[in-house]
Design a protein around this ligand. Structure first.
Ligand SMILES: NC(=O)c1ccc[n+]([C@@H]2O[C@H](COP(=O)([O-])OP(=O)(O)OC[C@H]3O[C@@H](n4cnc5c(N)ncnc54)[C@H](O)[C@@H]3O)[C@@H](O)[C@H]2O)c1
Length: 356
């Protein structure tokens, strides 16, 4: 059975759970709005379903409430920040705002953020930069149990290390390429496993490193591993995320000994560029428009309705879910109610808030 909630009451319910964990009202609101936005955009794996994990992380001491980025270096266009294991929804927002200010002054900013708790959809930070007319390029590592295998390796060595490129466009919403470097999100494998479905080869290997179409190897012990997208190419990008987002930011590389901890830390190296400062604005606008028109004029291939650019599918889902509500499966909703109970909040109260 699916529950369907409208975005505002759903956000109020999630806000109540976060506040019950000790967060100040602004933090509770930022976390709730960020997660509900991920659901609205269709990325349920990075939406309110993260709450049970956040609550566990909080209770085990791996996530700290009411933190703000601590400046380690503020050197012109270079900014280095410690995320203090705070909620990524606050740390990411404030770190990006600080980087935006410096990019405005210097034309660009290289922001190294280490030790933030889960930053959620990395596209959220790309959208924040694009809303101010800035380009952003981010490389992110994930410090948690390793779940993705290196190309030619037979076991997991790193996380789903995402990359995001956001480019503001003239006369339309930004190009927003926001993707994990794994072939598919882990959540999709769990769903396929629960439904008893097979998955395409190239997504998962078994515990001996053999390709398999059985998603169980990404879900149950003994674990196999997920694979990177684009064979050795996605693998290369995943390693770049670990080196730039993890080692270079000072946030650390994947935690290879972690088998049980619930906290998820992210390191993020972001490059923000003010395109107006390059002096190419007029040409950029003209060329972008003509290239996108040329791209979109491509004849749809069999089985497709039209060519889209990155960011468009999410905006279409958002328009639909704003209208029709956000579907939340019964298992996810029960887990959220159980998480609320761990914080001494009545699950019935959460139901009532979410239903408005
Ligand atoms: N914080 C973390 O630790 C972490 C880790 C991994 C992933 N993530 C997040 O998970 C989310 C999902 O990642 P994903 O790789 O599953 O995303 P995805 O595969 O759904 O989409 C990847 C990109 O492809 C684009 N796209 C999709 N369909 C398209 C089409 N038909 N035409 C043109 N472009 C299209 C999307 O707009 C998006 O930019 C992202 O927001 C990512 O930042 C976060």
């Amino acid at each position: 059975m699916k529950n369907v909630f409208h975005k505002e009451p759903l956000a109020r319910a999630i806000e109540a759970v976060v506040a019950a964990g000790g967060s100040e009202p602004r933090e509770a609101r930022l976390v709730a709005e960020n997660l509900v936005t991920a659901n609205l955009l269709g990325h349920d794996s990075h939406g309110i379903g993260m709450i049970p994990r956040y609550v566990d992380a909080l209770l085990e001491g791996g996530l700290s409430v009411n933190q703000h980025p601590k400046v380690k270096l503020d050197g012109g266009a270079l900014l280095a920040l410690d995320g203090c294991q705070g909620y990524g929804q606050v740390i990411g927002h404030e770190a990006t705002a600080m980087a935006l200010e410096r990019a405005r002054v210097h034309g660009l900013c290289i922001m190294a953020l280490g030790r933030s708790h889960h930053l959620g959809r990395i596209g959220h930070w790309g959208e924040q930069a694009a809303a101010h007319g800035l380009i952003s390029i981010s490389f992110v590592n994930v410090i948690s149990r390793a779940i993705v295998a290196p190309y030619a390796g037979a076991d997991a060595r790193f996380g789903t290390n995402p990359v995001c490129i956001a480019i503001p466009l003239p006369g339309e919403p930004p190009f927003l390429l926001d993707m994990a470097t794994s072939a598919v999100a882990q959540g999709k494998l769990r769903v396929a496993h629960n439904k008893g479905e097979k998955v395409p080869l190239g997504w998962v290997i078994d515990d001996r490193g053999n390709p398999t179409d059985d998603p169980r190897w990404a879900v149950l012990q003994p674990f196999g591993a997920m694979q990177t997208f684009g064979v050795h190419k996605g693998y290369g990008l995943a390693v770049a995320c670990e080196l730039l987002g993890g080692a270079l930011t000072g946030g650390g590389v994947t935690d290879y000994d972690n088998k049980t901890r619930r906290r998820v830390l992210n390191g993020m190296l972001s490059i923000l560029i003010d395109p107006a400062r390059l002096g190419t604005q007029e040409l950029f606008g003209k060329d972008t428009k003509s290239f996108l028109a040329w791209l979109r004029a491509s004849r749809p291939a069999p089985g497709f309705d039209r060519v889209r650019i990155a960011g468009e599918p999410e905006r279409e889902t958002r328009a639909r879910r704003e209208r029709e509500g956000v579907p939340v499966d019964a298992e996810t909703w029960n887990e959220i109610r159980a998480a609320a109970a761990k914080l001494k909040l009545q699950p019935d109260r959460i139901d009532a808030l979410a239903r408005g």
